[in-house]
Write a protein that binds this ligand. Sequence first.
Ligand SMILES: [Zn+2]
Ligand SMILES: [Zn+2]
Length: 494
Amino acid sequence: MRRTMSALSFAALAQLSGDGGQLSVSRQRSPWKEKQIRRQPRCCSTPGKSVRLPAVVSIERHQVRRRLQIWMVWTQEPLEWERPSWRIHWPSIGVAVPIGLCQNCQAVDSTNPPAATCSVCGATPQQNPAYKVVNLSQPTGFRTLWNASRDFDGVFEWVPRASRPKTGAIQRPVINQRNFGVWSGQDTVYVINDNNGACFDFVKLARGETWVTQAAVDQVRAMTGAPAQNYAPVPADTRALASIKQTDIFIVGITRWPQGVYADPRNVYGRAALYSFGFMLRRAAAVRLDVDERELRVGLRVLNNSGTVTGQIFLSDSLENGAGYSSVLGRPRELEALLEFILGGGAPPDPRFNAPMLAVAHAGQCQSSCPDCLRDFSNLAFHNILDWRLALDLARLALDANAAIDFTASYWQPAADDITRAYCLGQPQGWTFQHQAGLPSAVGPRHVELVTHPLWLSDAPLHPGLDAAIQHVQAATGASPTSKPVFDVLRRPY
Ligand SMILES: [Zn+2]
Ligand SMILES: [Zn+2]
């Protein structure tokens, strides 16, 4: 597997891509391209569509030459190389592609023009988190800042990427199987970096057609002592960076939810469960298909399903126009077999994927996620929310609408109790651990706090397990308990 390279003094590149994006130059190597880099180390852009925003810089280590420049400048259109003179033409910043992005429910409005408010959850540009229409640009080239060279010192920086794959909130006719609905076909996948909602203000350099962000220029100048830049007298152009591709995808969603249980994409617990489920599907699919995990992308898809904000997971082929993996996985029987594989079921049972996860060596150590279960280089941005137990919950629920989504699942024990005990010990007043109708709880001097499953809703109708625990506490103490999802007990105990 080709390992991805990190930021490599690409601080400016990271700046360009927000809270830390990397921009891939190309996944394909060719003698010509290598020659290009060798001959013209200042410019690693490649013609056409080979630059992918969310991915990693995948120039091989041996291609990194001394005096590699800091990458910071981008242009919208493909570069045109004219050999042998290596003259470069930098066309304009390109046509803006408007798109609606909702930070409240994560939906994407890909209609043209996008609606003024979120068509899925109704969020407006004024509220927080907001819905807003942004102009996308597909960067197809990057180059360095002239006169800002410095030796490549072998130091690699790494920062999480901001870009996430999305598809439009379009209803698809899913095929229902067991307790999941699946659709596969070709769809447009947007990988968008909107700089955490702030977008990027691009200004044009005086010479040529190169557009830069002021912050990136300042950073490079501070690092290299490069001379001040002259800017063209044209207004700044605010854009989000994007890769827009038509490729094979499949969508999977849960059909029916048990009482009091829901993965709502508007809250972190729902997103954690959906993304964890997606990344576990991808890992299992990579094992079954014997492909690199990076051949498949995982994204969250949000739509309005008969008035309910609904989150679905999609997996798409990384390559433009698809390699066909998603089409295969999107067949209902194939997806069912993949879910069985995750759970160690099937006929005959295949424990290869499930058993190592449930083994004490992993389950006893991994409280949320680790490289052995869900984490990898490509999902760095999600590491803090990934949780293999939630992924297994959704896999079980996808196969069985009556699956118990509570702490009775073998993999939640003894973790739920252990996490609650540690939480109690960490409280300054020395809370005590108790079960309330089977539910772990922290009993403080003045009240009882129930520790709940992350997917349990706090509004009626409550999950029967939560309802029973509340009644138990009320009967014993005369007061109502509070509750805290184990997700927060683990990650935000104070
Ligand atoms: Zn929304
Ligand atoms: Zn793990």
